[in-house]
Design a protein around this ligand. Structure first.
Ligand SMILES: *Cc1c(COP(=O)(O)O)cnc(C)c1O
Length: 388
């Protein structure tokens, strides 16, 4: 059997401007990166606080590797649960104000593991239609009855919950929506979940480190408690600048995950040195409020600049500042026009976002200077002219 059919599908993706390509980075993360031999000013990293290449974090990883070696060596439940993992779990539990935390190797695996440990065929899951792919996949895999509600719409959720007849009901939302940058209406969702006897799970991949007191995330931002959001997921590859993820919650929740979460049980633990590095970035993030303040001032400057240029930004108070373009071909052309000016911004197309809502996903970092931001604004203005 040949691959002709696959090749025809690939060719069609190219014609539809949906073909995805990887760029080869030859430098560390930072405002300036080297890609395919050229220097670029980059506005597409999730390293919002500039910790991925921080000397203290690098040193902690180096020391961790010297002490524990490089590999995790096995799953947490066999021989892979090191003192470094354990210490990081305790520190994150304190940071989030929860009884316990469980580390996972990636956010994708945390979501698959948590949802599948909590739900089965007798249950029902309710997800925002713009939730991250890992949450949607986790819901489908669980075998629970799967429903999507309108984006950030507590009434739409309430209608669906009221009709559901299930052993358990789980409502799941991104905290900060990863492709739009807007915040979940957590108070509204939490109220509906409580009224209807459902659990609420929040995936705060992009909120952790950036919003809330001391970067404690969206649950803290809205002043909600553990009862209102009993299942909290955070990832470490974004504002924390390292890798991995965690679920935070009660003793009972975490013990349940240790017994049942297959993406926890059947996989090698993250390298202990990554846990050491993450502990260092947690300390930096707690100590250096200026990183969040700096980020907020860049966000305001960017939004003002866009408004003055008549560029359509979305309703986002976070470092994710997408510029809505519409058609995939146009988004690709804008991205290429920016690249020609030495600026690296990725175009996001369907199916990652709904059809007709392709965008340039600009992300900001505390390490960007005002001057670099102004170069981006100028380049966006020119790119619009070049692709009009
Ligand atoms: C990035 C992201 C994830 C996946 O996290 P990884 O650690 O990169 O696997 C999960 N959920 C959301 C909302 C994300 O943005």
């Amino acid at each position: 059997m040949s691959f002709d059919q696959l090749q025809a599908e690939l060719d069609q993706r190219k014609r539809d401007h949906l073909y995805r390509r990887r760029r080869v980075l030859e430098s560390a993360q930072g405002p300036e990166v080297q890609v395919d031999g050229r220097r670029f000013l980059a506005f597409c990293s999730n390293d919002y606080l500039g910790l991925a290449n921080h000397p203290e974090v690098i040193a902690a990883m180096r020391d961790g590797a010297a002490r524990y070696g490089v590999g995790g060596g096995g799953p947490h439940l066999v021989n892979g649960h090191s003192a470094a993992h354990h210490e990081l779990e305790d520190a994150l539990a304190e940071f989030t104000g929860r009884e316990r935390v469980l580390l996972f190797s990636t956010g994708y695996m945390a979501n698959l593991g948590a949802i599948n440990a909590l739900l089965g065929k007798q249950d029902a899951i309710f997800q925002d239609r713009l939730n991250h792919a890992s949450l949607l996949d986790a819901g489908l895999l669980s075998g629970a009855r799967f429903q999507r509600y309108l984006h950030n719409d507590a009434d739409s959720l309430a209608q669906r919950l009221a009709k559901a007849d299930a052993r358990r009901k789980l409502v799941v939302t991104d905290g900060v929506f990863s492709m739009d940058g807007d915040l979940a209406d957590l108070p509204g969702l939490a109220l509906v979940a409580r009224q209807q006897g459902a659990w609420l799970m929040v995936d705060d991949a992009h909120g952790f480190g950036c919003i809330g007191r001391g970067g404690r995330g969206i649950v803290d931002h809205f002043g909600l408690g553990n009862d209102e959001v009993p299942v909290l997921v955070g990832t470490l590859g974004k504002a924390f600048g390292t890798a991995g993820a965690f679920v935070a919650g009660s003793e009972t929740l975490i013990e349940t995950l240790i017994q049942l979460a297959r993406t926890y049980i059947y996989t090698t633990s993250m390298p202990p040195a990554v846990a050491c590095a993450t502990l260092a970035s947690l300390r930096l993030l707690e100590r250096e409020d200026w990183r969040r303040e700096r980020l907020n001032s860049l966000i305001a400057r960017f939004r003002n600049g866009c408004r003055q240029l008549g560029l359509e930004v979305m309703d986002s108070p976070t470092p994710i500042q997408p510029i809505l373009v519409g058609e995939s071909g146009k988004a690709m052309a804008m991205s290429a026009a920016l690249e020609a000016q030495g600026i690296f911004v990725s175009a996001i197309r369907p199916p990652t976002v709904p059809a007709g809502s392709a965008r340039l996903r600009v992300t900001l970092s505390a390490e960007h200077s005002d001057e670099q931001l102004d170069r981006l604004l100028d380049a966006l203005d020119k790119a619009r002219g070049m692709t009009a």
